[in-house]
Design a protein around this ligand. Structure first.
Ligand code: SF4
Ligand code: MG
Length: 325
């Protein structure tokens, strides 16, 4: 494939009362055109901050303090706001978990879908209306003409997410970032939205970066998977490698947390303990405080990257020592 996005050793820090705190610690990955990369981990692991770093929507106290992000070979990290806005209007789009917060409740769907088409693509109002209806059709919204005159609260959660996807598509993006896009939806609607994202990815040969905590979603959409823990990438591989041959104890814990649909009473094997806070000093492997396999080296030395295969990489001493092979 053709490389769309390259993220190289980025560190993203937040200025806080406790000083500069890193939320993303030296993370690298790449994405090909037409490929879906799932970034997976618990809430607070740095996956959302990684995606906000890529699209330039970090909160005002957040900053990429080192590393680079290349989109089609051009650096886009820490561009001036104006230039980044252009990139968001033309190349990279993002959808979020709760479309209600991203949609303006007092403006019609039509207004909100026309606006980016008029601003970024110079369409007239009537051209934008036509194009908007076309986009709503493409994301599977019935009676799109009627929907144009409605307000967000008149639509179901699933329909609102479809509207958000239509707005995201309006700039014909090369990269779609989706942060937990189906978490707020019930299972049936969730499956429909994931199918829609997959179909649109195929149709437009987009790169998709999907942020999720749900391994069920990963199984559904991912080509490749990157697992994050406490601001670090701990494992990366193709979806087959991650599901059939997981190496990192955290990845294995996440896989065991998939709810069993056939047996709802089945005890979930969750990972005991919780993520360290941003200002917690941890030496060695950042997972050692929760890892049942931790040994002395884990507590003192950060694990190096072990290549299971050319596409499968893991940072864990167990793998290095061959115990987990
Ligand atoms: Fe567990 Fe050690 Fe591997 Fe970290 S390096 S995940 S503590 S075994
Ligand atoms: Mg998040």
């Amino acid at each position: 494939g053709e490389t769309l996005l390259e993220v190289k050793n980025i560190v993203t820090e937040f200025r806080t009362a406790d000083g500069q705190l890193p939320a993303v610690r030296d993370v690298s990955f790449s994405l090909q055109k037409g490929e879906t990369l799932c970034i997976v981990g618990e809430s607070g692991c740095g996956k959302s901050i990684t995606s906000l770093s890529v699209i330039g929507l970090l909160p005002s106290n957040g900053k990429i303090t080192s590393g680079e992000i290349l989109y089609e070979g051009n650096p886009i990290h820490n561009l001036p706001q104006e230039k980044m806005r252009k990139i968001r209007g033309n190349k990279i789009s993002m959808i979020f978990q709760e479309p209600m917060t991203a949609l303006n409740p007092v403006l019609t769907i039509g207004y909100q879908i026309r606006e980016p088409l008029m601003i970024h693509h110079g369409l007239s109002k009537s051209e934008a209306t036509k194009q908007g209806i076309e986009l709503l059709k493409q994301v599977g919204i019935p009676y799109p003409e009627k929907r144009m005159n409605q307000y967000p609260h008149e639509l179901s959660g699933g329909m609102r997410q479809r509207v958000m996807i239509a707005i995201a598509l309006s700039c014909n993006p090369g990269l779609l970032i989706a942060d937990e896009p189906t978490t707020a939806l019930d299972v049936t609607i969730q499956a429909q939205i994931l199918d829609l994202i997959k179909a649109l990815k195929e149709k437009y040969n987009m790169g998709v970066m999907m942020i999720t905590h749900d391994m069920g979603v990963v199984a559904e959409v991912a080509d490749r998977v990157m697992v994050m823990y406490a601001g670090k990438k701990v494992e990366e591989g193709t979806v087959e490698e991650i599901f059939n041959n997981p190496k990192h104890p955290y990845t294995i814990g996440l896989l065991n947390s998939v709810p069993n649909v056939d047996d709802p009473d089945f005890e979930l094997e969750s990972i005991p303990g919780s993520l360290p806070s941003l200002n917690e000093q941890i030496t060695g492997c950042r997972f050692h405080t929760r890892c049942q396999f931790a040994t002395d080296i884990c507590r003192t030395k950060e694990p190096t990257v072990y290549e299971v295969s050319a596409s499968h990489k893991v940072s864990c001493w167990l793998t290095e020592e061959g115990v987990n092979k």
